[in-house]
Design a protein around this ligand. Structure first.
Ligand code: NAP
Length: 315
């Protein structure tokens, strides 16, 4: 085997993992449609459409591939927060809308947390409503935050047992790092959370069987910080320019040096990103199922095909 083949062997292929998840979601979409409950996702963009274009395009493509209707609603950059909340409440009240995504960033006069809180929890497909985030502490993760759920799903794909695993999470944001730590604790992992005040990041990382990195700093984690054979889940997405001025997307980990020592590594692009979109679709299906159940349809919930593993093994 050549050195290159060796490296590829270690890659956790996000596109392949996403394709498996989408196939399961697709089966459930068909069943939802048969039950008269076709999932419909609304993408809310406020102001700068160009800034979010690539995310919206990827989500739309994934949704349409598995039969989920995807509507784009663009709002003007000078809309007020009360007007935006009223628009969200109208979507909450519309039974044809089963899921709502708020694309970030939003203009500064809008408080994105207040907007997210205005979404009905049953339609919170991003899993970012305070109720969804809080439920993680109770180990109820039917609608968990997509990136965190996707990252933990990728670690499971290594086949490592999470019970007793030493894991370091670098970055403690509300929507990525902290939820990852809670999801891992629920699986019995021993979790250390690092942030910008952590005194010696390398010492913590080198002891870990798995390292999650969600910071937004290219090259923050290098191969000499990784224990041989450990899993590296790189969540960062950064645009950098080489000396010739060519732009490319990289993660927070130095891929070359980390992949030399890691047992598994998620490439950027092509790692956590596609699985996050697949998790959004999975959540969209889950949200539609819950609405169908909540609003009184008789329904065999245990007949769904979606993998229970995506709900942390709790079905
Ligand atoms: P964020 O809200 O800016 O949080 C960054 C975190 O990194 C903070 O907790 C910060 O800690 C910590 N940090 C900063 N400098 C550090 C250092 N030197 N050492 C250790 N920790 C440090 O960002 P985010 O929303 O969590 O996103 C993080 C990255 O993931 C970004 O690159 C983003 O683009 C990417 N992302 C990817 C996906 C995906 O689908 N793949 C989804 C969402 C985000 P303090 O608060 O203590 O400073």
């Amino acid at each position: 085997m050549t050195a290159d083949e060796n490296l590829k062997h270690k890659d956790l292929d996000g596109k392949r993992i996403a394709a498996d998840m989408n196939a399961a979601s697709n089966d459930d979409v068909e069943r939802l449609k048969e039950g008269g409950w076709a999932p419909r996702l609304i993408s809310v963009v406020i102001g700068d459409v160009d800034a979010v274009e690539i995310y919206v395009r990827n989500q739309k493509r994934a949704a349409e591939k598995i039969g989920i209707a995807f509507d784009e609603r663009d709002f003007p950059a000078d809309i007020t927060e009360p007007e935006m909340i009223a628009a969200i409440q109208a979507m909450n009240a519309d039974p044809r809308v089963t899921g709502i995504i708020i694309q970030r960033p939003v203009p500064e006069q809008i408080n994105v947390k207040r907007l997210q809180s205005a979404i009905h929890p049953l339609k919170d497909v991003e899993g970012l409503h305070p109720a969804s985030i809080g439920n993680i502490v109770y180990n109820e993760i039917e609608l968990g935050p997509c990136t965190a759920m996707a990252s933990v799903h990728m670690l499971r794909k290594t086949g490592l047992s999470l019970s007793g695993l030493e894991v370091v999470v670098v970055g403690h944001s509300e929507i990525v790092g902290k939820p990852i730590a809670f999801l891992l604790m629920a699986e019995g992992a021993t979790v250390t959370v690092c942030h910008h005040m952590t005194r010696n990041l390398a010492v913590h990382c080198r002891q870990a069987d798995a390292v999650f990195v969600a910071v937004g700093k290219p090259g923050l984690v290098t191969g000499n910080m990784i224990k041989p054979g450990a899993a590296v889940i790189d969540i960062g997405i950064n645009r950098i320019e080489d000396a010739a001025g060519n732009g490319r997307t990289v993660g927070d980990c130095d891929y070359e040096s980390c992949s030399d020592v890691a047992g598994w590594i998620t490439p950027v692009p092509g790692g956590v990103g596609p699985v996050t979109v697949a998790m959004l679709m999975h959540n969209t299906v889950t949200a539609a199922k819950r609405q169908m159940e909540f609003y009184g349809n008789t329904f065999a919930a245990d007949a769904w095909t979606t993998s229970p593993d995506q709900n942390g093994g709790r079905g």
